[in-house]
Design a binder for this molecule. Structure first.
Ligand code: SF4
Ligand code: SF4
Ligand code: SF4
Length: 329
């Protein structure tokens, strides 16, 4: 290995920095956040379709998948995911329903919880996509580029809430590998990316406020203000917060009068398709324990010391040779 002094210091510094860098630095909180106050949601009592769900479907319908049939199986699997004949389903997430209201019966109360992408600060879906089809936006939201997505569902596998939903028979597969078009494309809430970039609020937020006015379930705004509002309300009204720490932090905060541990337990008990785990570890941001960190630092320093040794022994060797040569000449 031939290292000059500059290269050596670069490598040694890089290794030490890698070992010492706090993983939290990778989080990118973004500009906006949403507060979802589940103490106020009544699932739009009297309406067949909750108004926020209706607004989401309306604003995004031009982006819903329109698969070519028959859909070939996704090799090597024999099956594929096809929601195209179940477009009317509104009580779960699907490629045609990016927001749903989850009903939870608990301690004599009925809770209605609007569920959609949490828009994580350090989103595993973005990091896990092998094709770079997902991106974290400066506004704090994560977005799937449907033109690049192969529908491999890695984003869903690594998402602690398994939010993205797959539709087969659409997407880039049709052009590149039509026989494998069963892969498809992933879909999820993008926090109304186009609207928030224009300075408008997400459609679900507006729809709920039009009905409930100042008792609206959603509050959308600047991240610091939303976090401060959630914390104030939690301490003044004895409410519980979800989303501030889960998965390393998100842009979606929930307020509840019932502890989220109980909600999580109830969702587990009823085998709900979408849970609300309280202890969510971000697989790409796991805290390295102090011992692990010490081992990493020692390893980096050891490698560094080895490189220093190699560098100087090489240098000495050269100098000796140079000396020998001088003697010759
Ligand atoms: S519009 Fe508001 S009240 Fe109606 S279901 Fe959605 S969040 Fe709940
Ligand atoms: S909730 Fe899931 S899909 Fe949404 S940003 Fe986080 S990891 Fe990605
Ligand atoms: S933010 Fe937009 S895309 Fe996301 S659930 Fe609300 S309306 Fe749907």
């Amino acid at each position: 290995m031939n290292f000059n002094r500059r290269q050596f210091f670069k490598v040694a510094l890089g290794l030490s920095a890698l070992a010492l860098t706090p993983k939290e630095l990778k989080a990118s909180p973004g500009k906006y956040a949403t507060l979802i106050d589940i103490t106020k949601c009544d699932r739009c009592e009297g309406e067949f379709m909750p108004l926020c769900v209706k607004a989401c479907r309306e604003v995004n319908k031009h982006r819903f998948p329109d698969p070519k049939k028959p859909i070939p199986p996704y090799w090597p699997r024999k099956t594929y995911e096809d929601w195209s004949d179940k477009r009317e389903i509104i009580d779960t997430l699907s490629p045609y329903n990016w927001l749903f209201i989850q009903k939870v019966e608990i301690e004599g109360h009925t809770l209605f919880i609007p569920r959609r992408c949490m828009h994580c600060d350090s989103p595993p879906c973005v990091k896990g996509c092998p094709f770079g089809a997902l991106s974290k936006q400066p506004e704090g939201n994560t977005v799937i580029d449907h033109n690049i997505c192969f529908g491999g569902a890695k984003c869903r596998d690594v998402c602690p809430w398994h939010i993205p939903q797959r539709q087969a028979g659409v997407g880039i597969y049709l052009k590149l590998m039509p026989k494998l078009a069963g892969g498809g494309v992933m879909y999820k809430c993008d926090l109304c990316d186009a609207r928030i970039k224009r300075g408008e609020e997400p459609a679900c937020v507006v729809a709920c406020r039009e009905r409930l006015k100042d008792r609206a379930v959603y509050t959308f705004g600047k991240r610091e203000e939303i976090f401060a509002l959630a914390k104030n309300r939690a301490s003044e009204e004895g409410l519980y917060i979800y989303g501030d720490r889960q998965n390393g932090g998100t842009s979606t905060l929930y307020l509840s009068s019932i502890p989220f541990e109980k909600i999580e337990a109830k969702l587990k008990e009823t085998r709900a398709r979408f849970g609300m785990p309280v202890k969510v570890v971000n697989r790409y941001m796991e805290e390295i324990n102090p011992w692990g960190k010490a081992v990493l630092v020692a390893g980096a320093l050891g490698i560094g010391a080895g490189l220093v040794g190699a560098f100087y022994s090489k240098k000495e060797e050269k100098e000796e040779k140079h000396g020998e040569n001088q003697e010759i000449f």
